[in-house]
Design a protein around this ligand. Structure first.
Ligand SMILES: Cc1cc2nc3c(=O)[nH]c(=O)nc-3n(C[C@H](O)[C@H](O)[C@H](O)COP(=O)(O)O)c2cc1C
Ligand code: SF4
Ligand code: SF4
Length: 370
């Protein structure tokens, strides 16, 4: 049994990649990620011009974080030394690069290839500063930039997607047509973390990108849509906290995953925990490789029109004495759940089969077969 995967023709010892961020902001940090067991590391976005970061630029809440970081503070030339430093360790390094025009793209792509990176990720979907997010929605510009990167180098090119677009599958097909070897998704989501109501002031001084647990459902939907639209491999990013999240992404078609916020919040030890748990899970399931689960859940994902209206209703599996929990009773909008003689009872004539109570029951006592 092995966690190794083939991604864009590159053999990775495992599918867990450290995503572009300050965690991969220089050679020393990338080496730490590699030592922690990452299958590969994507550099912080490398641009042709250095723009110094503002302060403050990161704020978190219980579901994730908003950041207004732009990109690496190191120059393109300085990255040569950093990448050399990492490649001494024989690590798989993917350079995340930002360019605004095809000629700039060719210039940066060729340079990072010469520095020795294994692949390139186009970081063209950042939701703050720069206005590059507009770029990813413009099919012709996206095609031209991707094609230029692909034609300029002999290493694989992956394009990083934002969920902040309305024509996602059409855009995915455009980058596939332009010769990209993979698509990664998602970048952060345009956000305002919150307002300090005593000071009447936003938490960070401009719109930023939201990441972490809170964005996972959006990212999963993006990955499923892209996987269904194209044949090239997909790298899932967004709110990955544990091995179960990795499996979710893979079952929706991802070949690799990328982690950022959970590593910032919990440290690199999280990588090894995920790898050990993934191995144990594969063993428990009697599977040899993650290839066996890729895309498995996609067949359960239908278009809305395909879903039939069946007379499903919720059932209690055994007996629930409610104890100190009455989540299902409180949340059933149709008043179908009550406590009678200290046990949970569902009134079949009132249950509309909405399914909410089933997803809320932490003890797994409620079910609805669909
Ligand atoms: C502080 C911070 C800085 C980031 N910097 C970059 C970056 O330089 N380039 C990039 O493509 N994505 C960047 N990202 C986005 C992440 O790579 C990733 O797409 C996003 O955070 C979602 O994954 P997560 O929920 O695991 O954090 C950054 C995210 C954070 C939180
Ligand atoms: S499935 Fe919906 S309607 Fe039926 S009991 Fe549960 S919450 Fe109420
Ligand atoms: S949500 Fe589950 S555990 Fe809580 S009262 Fe209902 S059936 Fe019992």
């Amino acid at each position: 049994m092995s966690l190794s995967v083939d991604f864009m023709g590159i053999k990775l010892k495992n599918p867990v990649i450290v995503a572009a961020s300050p965690l991969s902001g220089d050679g020393d940090m990338i080496r730490k990620a590699v030592d922690a067991g990452a299958g590969a590391v994507v550099t912080q976005t490398i641009a042709n011009e250095v723009r110094h970061n503002v302060r403050p630029r990161i704020a978190a809440n219980s579901l994730g974080m908003q950041n207004i970081e732009l990109y690496s503070n190191l120059t393109l030339e300085e990255w040569e030394r950093e990448i050399y430093h990492v490649k001494e360790k024989d690590a798989v390094v993917i350079a995340n690069i930002l360019a605004h025009t095809p000629s700039e793209m060719a210039y940066i792509a060729k340079k990072v290839e010469r520095f020795g990176v294994d692949a390139i990720e186009l970081g063209i979907s950042i939701p703050h500063g720069e206005g590059v997010e507009l770029l990813i929605s413009d099919m012709q510009r996206l095609y031209n930039l991707t094609k230029m990167a692909v034609d300029s180098v002999n290493i694989p090119v992956m394009v990083k997607f934002s969920p902040n677009v309305s024509n996602l599958t059409a855009l995915a097909k455009v980058v596939e047509k332009a010769g990209a070897s993979a698509i990664s998704a998602i970048d952060t989501i345009r956000s305002i973390l919150g307002v300090d109501i005593d000071k009447a002031k936003v938490m960070l001084p401009t719109y930023g990108g939201y990441s972490g647990e809170g964005i996972r459902p959006i990212a999963l939907a993006t990955i499923a849509s892209i996987s269904q639209a194209v044949k090239i491999p997909v790298s899932g990013i967004g709110g990955i906290e544990n091995y179960k999240n990795v499996i979710e992404y893979m079952m929706l078609g991802a070949s690799t995953v990328q982690l950022c916020t959970s590593l910032i919040m919990n440290g690199y030890g999280r990588i090894n925990e995920i790898l050990v748990d993934l191995e144990n899970w594969l063993e428990r399931k009697g599977l040899n490789s993650l290839d066996d689960i890729r895309g498995q859940a996609l067949s359960s994902l239908k278009s809305f029109e395909e879903i039939s209206i069946e007379p499903y209703i919720a059932k209690v599996n055994g007996i629930c004495k409610a104890d100190d929990c009455s989540k299902c009773v409180k949340s059933c909008m149709y008043g179908a759940i009550s406590i009678k003689n200290d046990i949970i009872v569902i009134d079949d004539s009132k249950c509309t089969g909405c399914g909410l109570c089933v997803s809320l029951c932490n003890k797994g006592l409620l079910y609805l077969d669909w």
